[in-house]
Design a protein around this ligand. Structure first.
Ligand SMILES: Nc1nc2c(ncn2[C@@H]2O[C@H](COP(=O)(O)OP(=O)(O)OP(=O)(O)O)[C@@H](O)[C@H]2O)c(=O)[nH]1
Ligand SMILES: [Mg+2]
Length: 344
């Protein structure tokens, strides 16, 4: 799952990237977008490790993509944003230090997303019009005409600054626009990068847009703290009364914004967390582990972490009849530990 860090020049994307992944930004990679993984922190893994003493522990991770800073005059931004077509969500990093105006940047960003989408859609529209000037079989022509009409409607809405939402479009129209993986349709959240000495970070999370999740973090300071030895860090934090931003919470917010969740598998060989789209089924989970498990799926045996930790052993969970047998279409829930039964 790719998650894109975007924002205007110098907003702190690379600082945030390093804080979250531990990988320093490499200037040579900035044009192509630099990627690194951030493991999803999961305290329940520790409890499972106590029970199974597994040979191996594997944590699911998200891939963060650090992108080149956008220009405030919109020039060249469509190209920079194109790096994020594949991303499952966008994390907009806005600066709130050195006299910057985070709210203005938020508004301007909406415009940049739309301009980038419009460039793609109008390019396609031109090619469709071109194709329609040639003699082509009727079904193909009808399909292209449908695409042309849809693109015109979507573009007109964007031109007046009101992008169409899913609810405004017919299924046929959605099918056309989905193919372009429009940036303005991706789920989004905001990270406000506050000054080190910001006294009221709540003012950003309380008053900003009520439609997007917003997290406020002094990324520069947090990165500096993360680079210190534990002793120096403790001393510095005590002296200055700073630090302790919720890194784990931020990663979980990103995961949720991207529409993902985790589930567990556990045994003596390995305790592991896996990513799954929210609302995913037992069959989806099986397919994520291995295609063979999905192909030969018989059933999923499921217990919750809470039951296992409370009772202390798998045997006891079974004795209490708390292991459920679930079919392919069972919707996986947070806290589920899955064992997939399958035939080869
Ligand atoms: N005061 C303050 N400065 C910061 C903070 N975060 C980053 N900076 C500074 O802002 C500058 C830009 O930070 P980067 O993380 O490189 O920003 P960026 O968004 O990756 O920049 P581009 O890739 O050039 O768009 C650096 O000089 C940082 O030291 C912060 O939280 N507070
Ligand atoms: Mg950068």
């Amino acid at each position: 799952m790719k998650i894109g860090l975007v924002g205007y020049q110098g907003s702190g994307k690379s600082t945030l990237f390093e804080w979250l992944t531990g990988v320093a930004a490499d200037a040579a990679l900035s044009h192509s977008g630099q990627s690194a993984m951030a493991e999803i922190p999961e305290p329940r893994i520790d409890a499972l490790v106590e029970i199974y003493h597994p040979k191996k522990i594997t944590r699911a991770a998200i891939e963060l993509v650090d992108t080149p800073g956008l220009s405030r005059d919109h020039q060249g931004n469509a190209t920079r944003l194109a790096l994020l077509r594949e991303a499952g969500c966008l994390v907009l990093v806005v600066a709130a230090f050195d006299g910057s105006d985070p709210m203005a940047d938020l508004r301007s960003f909406d415009e940049d997303l739309m301009l980038a989408d419009m460039e793609i859609l109008s390019g396609r529209l031109e090619r469709v019009a071109q194709s329609l000037t040639k003699p082509i079989p009727r079904p193909e022509r009808e399909q292209l005409e449908h695409e042309q009409r849809t693109l015109q409607i979507v573009l007109e809405a964007m031109e007046v600054g009101r992008p169409l939402r899913e609810g405004d479009m017919t299924d046929d129209q959605l099918k056309v626009t989905r193919a372009f993986r429009l940036l303005s349709e991706k789920p989004r959240m905001v990270v406000v990068n506050t000054a080190d000495d910001e006294e009221k970070p709540e003012r950003f999370t309380e008053t900003s847009t009520d439609v997007l999740p917003v997290v406020a973090v002094p990324a520069g300071l947090e990165l500096e703290l993360a680079r210190m030895s534990p002793e120096d860090r403790a001393e510095f934090e005590a002296e200055m009364g700073v630090g302790g931003s919720d890194r784990d919470g931020l990663i979980h917010r990103m995961l949720a914004t991207a529409g993902q969740m985790i589930f567990f598998t556990a045994g003596e060989k390995e305790v592991r967390t896996w990513l799954l789209p929210q609302g995913g089924t037992a069959l989806d989970a099986a397919a994520g582990i291995h295609t063979d498990l999905a192909r030969g799926f018989i059933r999923a045996e499921i217990m919750t972490c809470a039951d296992l930790v409370r009772l202390g052993s798998e045997r006891e969970v079974k004795a209490q009849h708390l292991v459920r047998q679930e079919p392919k279409d069972y919707v996986v829930q947070d806290d589920d530990i899955l064992l997939i039964r399958f035939s080869v």
